[in-house]
Design a protein around this ligand. Structure first.
Ligand code: ATP
Ligand code: MG
Length: 378
């Protein structure tokens, strides 16, 4: 199973670039004691390669390095990454004003004079990481707002289309009824009834669209998650079998309940399962759905913890440039007649309205979607 990120933030990662082994050791121990995850580069090229491999939360950079100087590393790092995304702290014995200006000119976020004190380094790092967290939080909120705007324009569109469809549907239904009444031909009756049931289905879809456009408030009822998973999977069982996909269920006997709208949550599970099926069309054999309870997380906010359902499939992984976009409304990598790119956007909205979150992780070997819902209190 691919480990999904735990609910809390992971350890913050500091990349230290220092060529002197003694100083590097000291810095590492200062930072590790403060709870940071530390990695080390010994010169400029190594630092740039490391930045390419994994962007840390903060870069602590010695100025005097063999080959490319710390200042040059700082400059190049700034050209590649957004200024606020990466705090860069330059540590140097060059304390004259000109050097300090030069450091800031190269894009440093801060200048720390050698010899430094551990407490000062820790305090400065903590301050920069706090600012970074605020900036990131703001970015997330802005993204959230943009999505809401997109969804609300979608809502307007949907309600317009739904409204216009209702009239012709009513005409078709009315004429079908007339045929049944006036011309009770047994050979035609089955066909006419099929037309009527098709129209009823269209009306339900139109109704759902209208509900979605108006932001239908969900119900608040006890929901039995394992039962809901089973019934959703049952809807896809035939197709999964035909596609040669094995569905494995790992549902613990005792799982806290959640509160919410079973119909909406089923829509979420179904979207995620359909995506997994579609992803495994060319490669992949297994859909594994497992549920678990996480008592610790959430309990500190007075909650009863979380119930998580993981949907894993061993199809091709989602490319890293695609992964951040999959929850955007209308984002799809599928052909026009196959995907509208709404499945995950709607799912995320539903899960968030339930006080939960939907997360995705993908790497070679498979993809997992986790639907995390607050457990029912009491
Ligand atoms: N299990 C998965 N494996 C690989 N890619 C996935 C998976 N789930 C989603 N994706 C990617 O995320 C994109 C968005 O998914 P989403 O469900 O929102 O839309 P869609 O499936 O393309 O269309 P729709 O659900 O509206 O029919 C997909 O086009 C696909 O690229
Ligand atoms: Mg989909």
């Amino acid at each position: 199973m691919i480990p999904l990120l735990p609910p809390g933030p992971p350890d913050e990662h500091v990349l230290v670039v220092e060529d002197d082994p003694a100083s590097a050791r000291v810095l590492r121990s200062i930072l590790e004691q403060a709870g940071y995850r530390v990695s080390l580069a010994h010169d400029g090229p190594e630092a740039l390669a490391e930045l390419d491999r994994e962007l840390p939360d903060l870069l602590l950079l010695d100025w005097m390095l063999p080959g490319i100087s710390g200042l040059e590393v700082c400059h190049r790092a700034r050209q590649r990454w957004n200024a606020l995304a990466l705090p860069i702290l330059i540590v140097t014995a060059k304390n004259d004003p000109e050097s300090v200006y030069a450091a800031f000119d190269a894009g440093a976020s801060d200048h720390i004079a050698k010899p430094f004190r551990g407490a000062e380094i820790r305090a400065r790092i903590a301050a920069h990481l706090r600012t970074k967290a605020l900036v990131e939080e703001r970015g997330r909120m802005e993204e959230h707002l943009r999505e809401r705007e997109k969804l609300s324009s979608l809502g307007l569109l949907a309600s317009g289309v739904a409204h216009d469809l209702n009239n012709p549907l009513a005409v078709i239904y009315g004429h079908a009824q007339l045929i049944l009444r006036r011309d009770p031909d047994p050979a035609a009756e089955d066909h006419v009834r099929a037309i009527m049931s098709g129209v009823e289905r269209c009306r339900r879809i139109v109704g759902d669209l209208l509900d979605f456009a108006r932001g239908r408030p969900g119900t608040h009822e006890p929901v039995d998650v394992p039962a809901l998973v089973r019934s959703t999977l049952a809807m896809r069982e035939g197709d999964l079998r035909d596609a040669g996909i094995a569905a494995v269920l790992e549902l613990p006997p005792e799982l806290p309940g959640v509160t919410g709208d079973a119909h909406q949550l089923q829509q979420v599970f179904l979207n995620v399962i359909l995506n997994a099926e579609q992803a495994m069309r060319d490669a992949g054999r297994t859909l594994r759905i497992s549920a678990s309870a996480d008592a610790a997380a959430g309990a500190d906010d007075g909650g009863a913890g979380w119930v998580s359902v993981d949907f894993f499939n061993d199809g091709p992984s989602i490319p890293p440039e695609v992964l951040p976009r999959i929850f955007e409304p209308f984002f799809t990598t599928k052909p026009k007649d196959e995907g509208t790119g709404l499945g995950l956007a709607i799912s995320r909205r539903i899960v968030r309205e339930h006080g939960g979150e939907i997360l995705a992780e993908s790497r070679q070997g498979g993809t997992v979607f986790r639907v995390r819902l607050p457990a029912r209190v009491g």
